[in-house]
Design a protein around this ligand. Structure first.
Ligand SMILES: Cc1ncc(COP(=O)(O)O)c(C=O)c1O
Length: 359
């Protein structure tokens, strides 16, 4: 058959979403599996969000506000940056795509740590950019000096995922200060802070507060995790006005949809509840980490809403054993398993499955 699409995409891995409850019902006959595979927060939508969504439904025959003015103004107040520096999008992953489209020509390079968020290689390849992957340290964190050293004349973007998905590790301010100073001024430094709300270590900097004024820094945030809007797809970035304007030029028109805008406005009124929920997640994260360490798993300290089990070639067996006990975790062959922190009961179910799987 005549080739109709780009041959270079054949080599690209498909984005593998977390397995879901329907998969286990179909394959294993388990009706009510526990999903700890996609880093959502388990407590349902924030108060006020369902009503805001229901009210917005009446207007879905209209396009949303393309300028996202009300929401950008609210984000501007909340995060202390002018609306001209904010761009919203259909999830922060779509914004990363738009950013790369705005920054890279085919053949340009994007440098990032590995393992890190599995969308990065797909986004790079989609833009025809070359991925430079820099292995994590033996402690599963970003190797910032090696990331800086991997930058060449062709590099347009370097990504720091802080905390890192899937390992949960975070880089501290002293190291990040040095890195940001070292990266050439014509390379965009993208700080992907999807899990910022779960950070409890004071040495881990808030990218917007600490680096937001640097001309070549872009901070990505999402409302999918702590703010509970994963199903509606909404995130935002903070950049200098010129960078933000360039990204806005390539954003898919109207891609911050009408319901997502309404839900985000309602969610942003619920900050105390977000903090309360994040604190519950953090307490459970620390409990699960300790319990796994007692099972002799060398879990690195996590600053996110998930933990990393670096069990190498045992990943497939471990994930299958958990699934047979009704718990869905995320396997990254051949390095490890990522487990999202759920409710205390869900975490207990995971810990018993883990104990059985490891014995
Ligand atoms: C590091 C990181 N960045 C971005 C995202 C995507 O977030 P969104 O749902 O806003 O596209 C994720 C989601 O898992 C993530 O782990």
């Amino acid at each position: 058959m005549t080739r109709l699409t780009r041959p270079d995409l054949d080599a690209l891995p498909d984005y593998v979403p977390g397995r879901n409850v329907a998969d286990l019902a179909r394959e294993l006959g388990i009706a009510e599996a526990i999903k700890l595979a996609s880093n959502e927060v388990p407590f349902g939508p924030l108060p006020g969000v369902p009503d805001a969504v229901a009210a917005a439904v009446a207007n879905v025959h209209r396009y949303p506000d393309m300028g996202v003015v009300q929401l950008r103004d609210k984000l501007s107040d909340r995060y202390g940056v002018p609306a001209s520096r904010l761009v919203t999008g259909c999830g922060s992953v779509a914004l990363s795509e738009h950013l790369v489209k705005a920054a890279c020509l085919p053949g340009d390079e994007i440098v990032y740590a590995w393992r890190s968020f599995e969308a990065y290689p797909i986004i790079a390849a989609g833009a025809g950019a070359v991925s430079t992957r820099v292995p994590n340290t033996p402690a599963h964190g970003h190797d910032l000096p090696a990331l800086a050293a991997a930058i060449t004349d062709r590099t347009r973007v370097v990504i720091v995922c802080n905390p890192n998905n899937p390992t949960g590790t975070a880089v501290a301010r002293a190291q990040l200060d040095r890195f940001v100073d070292e990266v050439p001024s014509d390379v965009l430094i993208v700080l992907d802070e999807a899990y910022r709300e779960f950070v409890t270590d004071d040495s881990v900097p808030d990218g917007i507060e600490v680096y937001g004024d640097r001309p070549n820094v872009v901070v990505l945030r999402t409302l999918s995790k702590a703010w509970g809007l994963a199903g509606l797809r909404i995130g935002f970035l903070v950049a200098q006005p010129e960078v933000a304007a360039a990204v806005r030029k390539v954003v898919t028109p109207f891609s911050t949809n009408l319901i997502a805008q309404a839900a985000a406005l309602a969610a942003l009124d619920q900050e105390p509840e977000v903090r309360r929920r994040a604190a519950l997640v953090v307490a459970e994260r620390d409990r699960v980490t300790e319990a796994l360490r007692k099972l002799s798993v060398d879990v690195p300290d996590s600053q996110a809403n998930f933990v990393w089990l670096p069990i190498a070639d045992r990943t497939a067996g471990f994930a299958a054993a958990c699934e047979s006990r009704g718990v869905i975790v995320r396997a990254f062959h051949p390095e490890g398993i990522r487990v999202t922190i759920g409710t205390p009961e869900e975490n207990d179910a995971f810990l018993s499955a883990a104990e059985a799987a490891l014995s």
